[in-house]
Design a protein around this ligand. Structure first.
Ligand code: MN
Length: 290
């Protein structure tokens, strides 16, 4: 049985004009495969743009997927990258990286998805690195197409480095597409724009259809959607702020190291300046979730 999940609205203190739509994690849906976080914002006029100063990540990969507008990414391994629509920006945090993001304010609307993938135990402490891929494989379905930005869909395989079996693709829907889904994956289809039907059911913009392992998907109509999927990720993780660990103690140590701005986190030059301190921990032990 598929499940329709509406996003939770999140206000960011740094960007008061922009509502963030968070599809997961939330009580109705914690994750899809190793995909553990999905934010979608815009399309929005760049009233205040997007300005996120240096902050750290551990134990995960971040995907920034712009639909419209330009952003600049900088990070502590020396990357400086302009993020353009329909190009993949993948940051593998491993044992720890910090980065900043600033939109290049212009006449274009700003519209993007930001996603996190949990790294499995064997890989979560690797050295951090950043990848940018402008050339990505596309599967054609008549007038519709799927740009596979990460993982594998049918015959199409993204060059991006992944650590568990998964898929992420942007669907340009014009007509009907019967997606060649992996039988061992669970999937989600987020409707980004237009009038989109999943297995014959109309799905509102910003809603996500969750498809359990083994379900098929025919996507039809006219518009844009994101397809996410992966083998169920069964490790228990602790997600807090920008960190993914395995225990409360690990989160505490990363938080202290970041806020001390010691040698673990090399600062870098950017147009924003400064860094975002980690907030206070709640007065309870953070619990891991499977
Ligand atoms: Mn970040």
């Amino acid at each position: 049985m598929s499940l329709i999940v509406s996003p939770r609205l999140v206000k960011l203190t740094t960007r008061t004009e922009v509502d963030i739509k968070r599809s997961f994690p939330q009580p109705a849906l914690r994750r899809i495969g190793a995909w553990v976080f999905l934010d979608h914002f815009g399309p929005t006029k760049q009233v205040d743009g997007m300005v996120v100063a240096q902050h750290p990540h551990t134990g995960l990969q971040t995907v920034t997927w712009p639909f419209a507008g330009l952003m600049e990414h900088r990070d502590s391994v020396g990357s400086i990258q302009v993020l353009r629509p329909s190009e993949l920006n993948l940051m593998t945090a491993g044992r720890g990286i910090s980065h900043s993001e600033i939109s290049q304010v212009g006449p274009e609307l700003l519209h993007a998805a930001q996603l996190w993938l949990a790294l499995p135990e064997a890989d979560r402490n690797i050295e951090p690195f950043f990848e940018h891929h402008a050339e990505l494989p596309v599967l054609e379905f008549g007038d519709s197409s799927a740009k596979v930005f990460i993982g594998t869909l049918g015959e199409a395989k993204s060059p991006a480095k992944v650590f568990s079996p998964l898929v992420g693709a942007e669907l340009e829907v014009s007509g009907e597409m019967e997606l060649p889904l992996e039988e061992t994956f669970e999937h989600g289809v987020l409707v980004v724009s237009g009038e989109i039907f999943v297995n014959g059911q109309l799905v509102a913009v910003n809603d996500l259809v969750y498809l359990p392992v083994g379900e098929t998907a025919t996507v039809s109509g006219n518009g844009v959607a994101l397809l996410l999927g992966g083998e169920p990720f069964t490790e228990h993780i602790v997600m807090w702020w920008n960190f993914i660990g395995r225990s409360h103690a690990e989160i505490v140590s990363w938080r202290e190291a970041w806020n001390a701005q010691g040698e673990d986190w090399a600062p870098f030059e950017d147009a924003i300046g400064g860094w975002i301190p980690a907030p206070n921990l709640p007065n309870v032990t953070l619990q891991s979730r499977g």
